[in-house]
Design a protein around this ligand. Structure first.
Ligand code: PMP
Length: 392
């Protein structure tokens, strides 16, 4: 029926079928989603308070406890991506005027500092050049000088490819009356982390990296110390959606009957459940070993191509994301575009402080295989041969 009531016509783009080409996602995330997890996300909806969905949430909770190696009761998945978990952690912990110390050696520390400042915290930054990590004595000096109530540090710095050693940091923080907040979005499942043994107070991750689920849900856990700090707040957290008291109830972590807080992204939870189930079936130690071995194969192959790894110390290399210097005379954008156009492989350039300096290659979860290492090395060899040496 012709009508002149509508001033905005049905958009032509939406009248075409959805286009989703096949691609191998070997950037810093998201990673490819295996059929089992895709199928879980494609299941029919149930109501968000139906017992079967609450059971899925309980399964997710124990799955996160396993992946984090924690017994914390306050363990759940945020309905949002990694940034949402970062905000949830900071806005529940930090009150106006609190002092926060942020270890900045890439973009994630920069972002955490930005969020903490927006919350009215007094923020101090510990700085390291991209590609380096923080030894404990630097952290201790910062704790002594600034007396923060929270220290933020990134376990897997995906913008630079650095793996931060965490051993002893929890104890150090606690000796100085400070809570330890760790970002493990890019490292969880790919490198060892032991929340309880390492005395980490708040740990969060994402769904779309090693867990191989679509983005949109983010595991997070709070130690008893962190929970007490939240309970002692003088003011309510400045977000209703991310208020941990509400979320604790919704996730059955407070012993009270569960109340509706928000409509959970149910299908994302189905996918996350399967991602965590696959990790549990494989076993954390096997997963860490796969990532270690495949990353080592990639690093050797990159060196054989004459490329220079960005992170000098082998033990400081993140097993999930490898950074390599952009080879002299090449434009990084041409290389990434060449891989995409000719090999249907995504790799990425730098991010934040590493822009223009590095290429980033991710091998996460089911994508961390020897075959994928061969594929990306073959594609890179091709790119080095074909891409114009623009600055020569
Ligand atoms: N922290 C780290 C270490 C990350 O790698 C990422 C994602 N690249 C984030 C936080 C943010 O996660 P998201 O993009 O899911 O919001």
């Amino acid at each position: 029926m012709a009508s002149n009531l509508l001033h905005v016509l049905p958009p032509q783009g939406l009248l075409r079928p959805l286009a989703v080409p096949e691609r191998l996602l070997l950037g810093p995330g998201p990673s490819n989603v295996p059929p089992r997890i895709l199928a879980a996300g494609g299941r029919q909806l149930l109501g968000h308070m139906h017992p079967e969905v609450l059971q899925v949430m309980d399964d997710i909770k124990v799955g996160i406890q396993y992946a984090f190696q924690t017994q914390n009761q306050l363990t759940l998945a945020i309905s949002g991506t990694g940034h949402c978990a970062m905000e949830a952690a900071l806005l529940n912990l930090v009150e106006h005027g609190d002092t926060v110390l942020v270890a900045v050696n890439g973009i994630w520390g920069q972002r955490a500092a930005d969020i903490a400042r927006r919350l009215g915290a007094s923020v101090h930054e510990l700085l390291k050049p991209p590609g380096e990590y923080f030894p404990p004595w630097d952290i201790e000096e910062g704790l002594v000088r600034h007396k923060p109530s929270v220290l933020f540090i990134t376990h897997g710095e995906s913008s630079t490819g650095v793996l931060q050693p965490l051993e002893g940091l929890g104890k150090l923080c606690h000796r100085h009356g400070c809570l330890l907040l760790v970002d493990a979005v890019a490292s969880l499942g790919g490198a060892p982390i032991f929340m309880d043994q390492q005395e980490i107070d708040i740990l969060y991750s994402g769904s779309q990296k090693v867990l191989n689920a679509p983005p949109g849900s983010a595991p997070i856990s709070f130690s008893e110390r962190a929970r007490e700090k939240i309970l002692r707040r003088k003011t309510k957290p400045p977000s209703f959606y991310l208020d941990m008291r509400w979320l604790a109830n919704y996730w059955g972590c407070d012993g009270e009957p569960r109340r509706y807080h928000h409509t959970a992204p149910i299908n994302s939870f189905f996918s996350l459940r399967e991602g965590l189930a696959m990790l549990a079936e494989l076993g954390l130690e096997n997963s860490w070993e796969h990532h270690r071995v495949n990353c080592a194969q990639l690093c050797q192959g990159l060196r054989d191509l004459g490329l220079e790894l960005f992170v000098k110390e082998e033990k400081a290399r993140l097993p999930t994301i490898t950074t390599v210097r952009v080879p002299e005379g090449y434009d990084w954008k041409e290389i990434t575009a060449f891989l995409m156009d000719n090999h249907a492989i995504e790799i990425a350039g730098g991010l934040g402080p590493s822009v223009g300096k590095v290429l980033r290659i991710g091998l996460m979860g089911c994508n961390s295989t020897s075959r994928n290492v061969d594929r990306v090395l073959h594609a890179l060899r091709d790119a080095l041969r074909c891409c114009r040496r623009s600055r020569l």
